[in-house]
Design a binder for this molecule. Sequence first.
Ligand code: GTP
Ligand code: MG
Length: 238
Amino acid sequence: TSDSEIFDLSPEIISMNNSIVNALWDESKEILSFLVEFKELMMMYKCAIKEIKTKFEVLDIEFKIRYQRNPINFINTRLKCASSIVNKMRRKNIPFTIENIEEHIHDVAGVRVICSYVDDIYNIAKALLEQDDIKLIKKKDYIANPKPNGYRSLHLIVSVPVYFAEQKKNMKVEVQIRTIAMDSWASLEHQLKYKQQITNEEHIAAQLKECADLIADIDSRMLDIRTQIEANSSEPTE
Ligand code: GTP
Ligand code: MG
C-alpha cells in the first residue's frame, strides 16, 4: 500500500490543509508582531517613568538647597502588568490594541510621590506642571475633595516627551502625590480591601473613614507646627 492510500491525501485535502497551515502561519505572525509592538510600548512607558522620576528628584535636590529640607520622602514607580491592562480594557469594553492602550489606559506608567507636608504636595505639583515639556491631561484633587471613603491624594495624568533613537513619543504617566500619613492610610485600606470578603462592610467603612479624617487632621497640625517653627527661626540651622 502507498502513503496516499493510507492517508487518503486527495488533491482537495492537500490544498485544504495548505490553506489551514497558511492561515495559522499568518495568525502566528500577527500575534508575534503584536507582542513585539507591545513589548516596545512597555519599554517606552518605562522610560517615561524614568523621565518623571528624575524631574521630581531634581526638584527635591533644588528644594533641599533652598529650604534646608527635603519635600519628598520617597518615590515609588510601577509599570502596569500585561494582565492588569487586559483586565482593565475588558472591564471598559475596549478592544485590546496598541493604539487603544495608549489612548484609553492612563495608568500604565505610575509614579507615586510621598511628601512630608500637604503644602509640599502642591508646591511640587506646581513646579512639575510649570515645566514646558509637561502637558497636564487630567487632575483630580482628592485632598480638597476626598473620596467618600476618606481617600486623599493629588492625582495628575501628565504627558511627557521621551526621546528615542528615531522618534520622540509623548507618553502618559499617572502621578499620585500624597503625604506619608495619606500613604499609610491608602496602603492599609488597599490591603484590607483586597485581602478578604468583608462581612460587616458599613461598620468597617465608617471606621476607615474616621481614621482617614483623623490622619488629615494630623497632617494639617504637623504643617501648622512646621509653620510656627519656621516663623520663630530666622537663621537656617546646619
Ligand atoms: P482606575 O481606578 O485606575 O481605573 O482609574 P480612576 O479613573 O478610578 O482613577 P482614580 O484617579 O480615581 O484612581 C486611580 C488610582 O488611585 C487607583 O488605581 C489607586 O492606586 C488609587 N486610589 C483611588 N482610590 C483609592 C482608594 O479608595 N483607596 C486606595 N487605597 N487607593 C485608591
Ligand atoms: Mg489605576
